[in-house]
Design a protein around this ligand. Structure first.
Ligand code: SF4
Length: 344
């Protein structure tokens, strides 16, 4: 683990609006018709008048786990079906060779990975509670028994207070969902689903290789199993304008049951990715910090009140980052965004 920039302040946004998912979403998620009240809150006026209660990550985690909590990125040794030819080749256009996990450890036994991460963190803080975070690639793809054993080993580490597993919605076998639900009786289990955009045409352009329908089925199964789901979205994908990004915000805000958590990422153009090639051949618009922040605030204002916002910036490795250059100055970005959010 080279750096711990990923340990951002988390905020929980609370909107003063009562956003109930429309009936059609309870009946079936594939045909989204947003209710008028959700449409209304996306106007700039609504953002200005919306009160958002900002809760620091440390406070929220303290409330839940009784102390300061850090994520330790762990590698499951999985690859991704969108890379090995099972559903696609080359992966999502924005995904780096590290499989969206630039800060993962080398592939060593999970307990050793954990101890290594703990040592690094403990050298800087007095942390004694951690989230075992399987971040890179698709962590439910591969030998199911091996993965189950790895998840169990992780959750049984005394200092681990929660298990977080990042995956694709098309890689959730029933047995795995049941197993994760069973583990969640021991300690909380979070499943992180990379949706990125609710727009299937963009998804196709980005070679995401799954559609909304697949996402909705997986989301429904996870929620029915009683698991907490954190959804990842990306703002600034090429071809999407502000309205497209807000539509993704509306979509995840209207899911039923309501989402537990969200990670909002700025699009990062990383060296070696398909997107980098596209960008260098034909540059597309990169959101400015001001534009990005304004859209983030709009999305925060429409989320269900209890949604934990796990992140609202990106976290690509500096040595790979082509754009946005402003994201290099992480402290400055967080100060600016926190300042804007506090006034929203
Ligand atoms: S699904 Fe995830 S790991 Fe696989 S290519 Fe896309 S971003 Fe990368």
């Amino acid at each position: 683990m080279r750096t711990y920039h990923i340990f951002y302040i988390l905020i929980v946004s609370t909107a003063e609006y009562n956003l109930q998912a429309p009936t059609v979403l309870r009946q079936g998620l594939s045909d989204i018709r947003l209710p008028y009240n959700i449409m209304n809150i996306n106007s700039r006026k609504a953002v200005k008048t919306c009160r958002m209660e900002i809760i620091r990550f440390s406070d929220e985690m303290k409330k839940r786990f009784g102390g300061k909590v850090y994520r330790i990125p762990l590698s499951s040794g999985c690859t991704c079906p969108n890379r090995d030819g099972t559903v696609g080749i080359g992966g999502c256009a924005f995904c780096s060779a590290q499989g969206a996990g630039e800060f993962s450890f080398p592939d060593i036994p999970v307990r050793e990975q954990f101890e290594y991460g703990k040592k690094l963190i403990s050298g800087k803080t007095k942390a004694d509670k951690f989230i075992g975070y399987f971040q890179s690639f698709t962590n439910t793809y591969g030998d199911q028994d091996r993965l189950k054993a790895m998840f169990r080993e992780t959750i049984e580490i005394p200092e681990v207070c929660a298990l977080s597993v990042a995956t694709r919605p098309d890689c959730l076998e029933e047995g795995m969902v049941d197993y994760l639900a069973w583990l969640s009786d021991i300690k909380p289990v979070w499943v992180e689903l990379g949706l990125q955009t609710s727009n299937d045409a963009t998804g196709e352009r980005m070679n995401r290789c799954f559609g909304r329908e697949t996402f909705e089925k997986a989301y429904g199964r996870l929620k029915r199993a009683g698991l907490e789901v954190i959804i990842h979205i990306i703002l600034g994908l090429p071809g999407e304008d502000r309205e497209d990004m807000l539509e993704t915000g509306r979509y995840v805000s209207a899911l039923s049951p309501e989402i537990d958590g969200i990670k909002i990422h700025m699009l990062q153009v990383l060296k070696g990715t398909t997107l980098a090639k596209q960008y260098l051949n034909e540059p597309f618009h990169i959101l400015t910090l001001e534009e990005y922040t304004e859209i983030v605030i709009s999305i925060l204002s429409m989320l269900p009140a209890h949604t934990v916002v796990h992140r609202f910036t990106g976290d690509g490795a500096k040595n790979l980052l082509i754009e946005p250059r402003w994201s290099w100055e992480k402290k400055k970005v967080l100060n600016y965004m926190n300042g804007r959010i506090s006034k929203a």
